[in-house]
Design a protein around this ligand. Structure first.
Ligand SMILES: [Zn+2]
Length: 229
């Protein structure tokens, strides 16, 4: 048995994180950063089909690297990313990345994976670790609700893409004020106007009604023409 009895699993997790940099892992897969900043790297997201560099790897944490994608909202550490990209469980990910410090106690590993999941769930919302995460997550949530409300309308989707590009440039430029302004505009937070998404939904519904009415008129006309024949 290759267990170091003194090693708690928590210690092992820290070792895995310290020895396996997210940036090294991605570069081993041929995924290179689109841009490099003082405390973070920006990639096209390896998890979702990403036209923009929405995937941020934060280097400014002393203990380990974190990632957050404002496109698909996935966040985590090397263990969760490895599991995601290699399509394996977190438990398998720990076993492979920590192969030199193998733990055979399956139950303890299960408990640790659960703790890890809870811990990582909060990363994207932790402003001190990622000042952009919370705002991005809220905008993305509003955007998703909006797209559902307009039945994934292609024209509206293109509009959302444009919006996300603007958000991208704020994130890449480390422009927190710009991102806040976009958020205030979208959510109607500054009280000068209503929630931009709600206005847009109303407009879309009105347009749909017109389209339906026109279809109805057309059908009536066709029926009348048939009668006249
Ligand atoms: Zn993503």
């Amino acid at each position: 048995m290759n267990i170091k009895k003194n090693n708690s699993i928590k210690y092992m997790i820290e070792e895995i994180r310290a020895k396996n940099k997210i940036s090294d892992y991605l570069s081993s897969k041929g995924i290179l950063p689109v841009s490099q900043h003082e405390h973070r790297l920006a990639f096209r997201c390896p998890i979702h089909n990403d036209a923009n560099p929405s995937f941020m790897v934060f280097l400014d944490d002393n203990t380990h690297e974190n990632y957050f994608c404002f496109g698909c909202l996935k966040s985590g550490d090397i263990i969760s990313l490895y599991a995601e990209l290699e399509k394996i469980s977190w438990k398998q990910s720990i076993r492979i990345l920590g192969k030199d410090i193998i733990v055979t106690d399956s139950h303890r590993l299960d408990v640790t994976v659960e703790q890890l999941k809870n811990e990582l769930k909060n990363i994207s919302l932790d402003k001190s670790k990622n000042p952009f995460g919370e705002i991005s997550a809220q905008i993305a949530t509003m955007g998703f609700a909006f797209m559902k409300a307009v039945h994934w309308d292609e024209q509206e989707r293109q509009l959302i893409e444009k919006l996300y590009k603007k958000i991208d440039s704020c994130i890449l430029g480390w422009d927190i004020d710009g991102l806040n302004k976009i958020y205030d505009f979208l959510s109607g937070n500054n009280q000068e106007h209503r929630n931009a998404f709600e206005c847009r939904i109303e407009g879309w519904q009105k347009k749909q009604k017109e389209i339906d009415n026109n279809k109805l008129l057309l059908r009536q006309q066709q029926l009348e023409e048939n009668d006249n024949e």
